[in-house]
Design a protein around this ligand. Structure first.
Ligand SMILES: Nc1nc2c(ncn2[C@@H]2O[C@H](COP(=O)(O)O)[C@@H](O)[C@H]2O)c(=O)[nH]1
Ligand SMILES: [Mn+2]
Ligand SMILES: [Mn+2]
Length: 326
C-alpha cells in the first residue's frame, strides 16, 4: 500500500509494508524512500539500496511488499496468432533477440511490429542491411526497432573506446572504418528506430531505449544504479508502450543456470511507480520468453532466440484498444 506524506517542500510517497499474513512491518527508511515527489512535479525514483543485487532486491520486495505475487501479478497467455482482432483494437507483434536468424520465423498478422533489440550478432553493417531487407519484406503498417547490446556499432561511445584499444575483443568490428558505421542507423530505412526517443503511431505514445545493466562490456551497457536510472529518467510520463532491451526486476528476468534475477531494479520502479505504461516490451534474457501482467502493465519478453541462440520462440501478439481520435 502507498501513502503520500507532506514534508517541507517535498511530498514523499512511501510504502507501508505489509506482510502477506496482514501484519504490518517496519523496514529501513532508505527502502521506504525509494521514491519521492516534488510539489507540482513528477515522482522522483531513487536508487534502491539493493540495486546491485537484483536477486536480493526481488526477495526483499516480495517478502515485504508482495510485489510479484498473485492475484495482481500473473502469467498471461499471449493472443493466438490466428485469433481475430477485436474491432477498435491495434494488434502489436512483438519480437526481440532475433540475432540475424530471421529466416525460420513465422510472422503473424498485425498492425505494428515491435523489435526490442539484439537484431544482429555484432552490429556489422552487413547484418544491419540484411535485417533491414527482412523488415522491408514484412507487411506491418509500422515497424518500430530499438538496439540491444549486440548492436555494437549503434553505440558511438562504445565504438570510440574500441578503436583506442590495442587488444580487440571483437576483431570483425574493430577493423571497420568509422565511415562504415558512423551512420549505421541510416541503414534502417524500413522501420522507425528509437534510441532514448519516442514516436506516436495510431495514437499510442511509444518510447524506446537500448540500455541494460553491465554484463561483459557489450554495447549500451551501464552500471546498475544511478547511471541506468538517469536513462530511465528520460522516459516521459504518459508513454503507452515502453520498449527496452532488458527486463525490469522480477518480470521474465530469471537466469536459471545462475539461479539469479538479473532485471534492473530502477527500471522496475520507474515502470511501476512513475511511467505505468500499458505495455512494456523487452528481451535480452532469452530464458525469460513469455508474458506477465501486474494489473497496470503487461510485460512481454519477446526473445525469439533461446539461450542457445536457436530462433524457435514465436512472435508474441498483444491487442490493445486503439486510442480514440486516431
Ligand atoms: N547472469 C546474467 N546473465 C546475463 C545477463 N545479461 C545477459 N545474460 C545471459 O546472456 C544471454 C544472452 O544475452 P545476449 O545479450 O548476449 O543475447 C541471456 O539469455 C542470459 O543467459 C546478466 O546481466 N546477468
Ligand atoms: Mn540476445
Ligand atoms: Mn542482449
Amino acid at each position: 500500500m502507498w501513502r503520500a506524506r507532506w514534508d517541507p517542500g517535498v511530498l514523499k510517497a512511501e510504502a507501508l509494508a505489509l506482510l502477506p499474513c496482514g501484519l504490518g512491518m517496519a523496514f529501513s527508511q532508505s527502502h521506504v524512500m525509494a521514491a519521492r515527489r516534488h510539489q507540482h512535479s513528477r515522482l522522483i525514483i531513487e536508487v534502491d539500496e539493493y540495486s546491485s543485487n537484483p536477486t536480493q532486491a526481488f526477495t526483499f520486495y516480495n517478502i515485504n511488499q508482495g510485489r510479484f505475487q498473485p492475484p495482481h501479478v500473473q502469467m498471461v497467455d499471449p493472443v493466438p496468432h490466428d485469433a481475430p482482432k477485436p474491432p477498435g483494437y491495434t494488434r502489436f507483434v512483438c519480437v526481440s533477440d532475433t540475432h540475424s536468424r530471421t529466416d525460420p520465423i513465422q510472422m503473424p498478422y498485425g498492425d505494428v511490429l515491435i523489435h526490442a533489440g539484439d537484431f544482429t550478432e555484432l552490429g556489422l553493417p552487413s547484418e544491419v542491411k540484411k535485417f533491414n531487407e527482412w523488415l522491408g519484406s514484412l507487411p506491418y503498417e509500422y515497424k518500430i526497432v530499438i538496439a540491444g547490446n549486440h548492436e555494437l556499432t549503434f553505440d558511438q561511445e562504445f565504438m570510440a573506446d574500441l578503436i583506442k584499444q590495442d587488444f580487440y575483443y571483437f576483431p570483425s568490428v574493430s577493423k571497420l572504418k568509422p565511415e562504415n558505421y558512423e551512420n549505421v542507423q541510416s541503414l534502417l530505412t524500413n522501420c522507425i528506430y528509437l534510441q532514448d526517443s519516442e514516436v506516436t503511431v495510431r495514437g499510442f505514445r511509444i518510447y524506446g531505449s537500448p540500455w541494460q545493466p553491465w554484463f561483459y562490456g557489450w554495447g549500451f551497457n551501464l552500471p546498475r544504479g544511478q547511471a541506468l536510472l538517469e536513462k530511465w529518467n528520460l522516459i516521459p510520463e504518459g508513454v503507452d508502450i515502453l520498449i527496452t532491451h532488458g527486463p525490469p526486476l522480477g518480470f521474465l528476468d530469471w537466469v536459471p543456470k545462475k539461479m539469479q534475477r538479473v532485471g534492473c531494479v530502477e527500471l522496475l520502479n520507474t515502470v511501476q511507480r512513475r511511467v505505468q505504461p500499458r505495455l512494456h516490451v523487452f528481451g535480452h534474457i532469452h530464458e525469460g520468453y513469455g508474458v506477465m501482467a501486474d494489473g497496470t502493465t503487461t510485460y512481454v519478453n519477446a526473445s525469439v532466440c533461446t539461450v542457445n541462440y536457436q530462433p524457435v520462440n514465436p512472435p508474441i501478439v498483444i491487442d490493445l484498444p486503439t486510442p480514440r481520435n486516431s
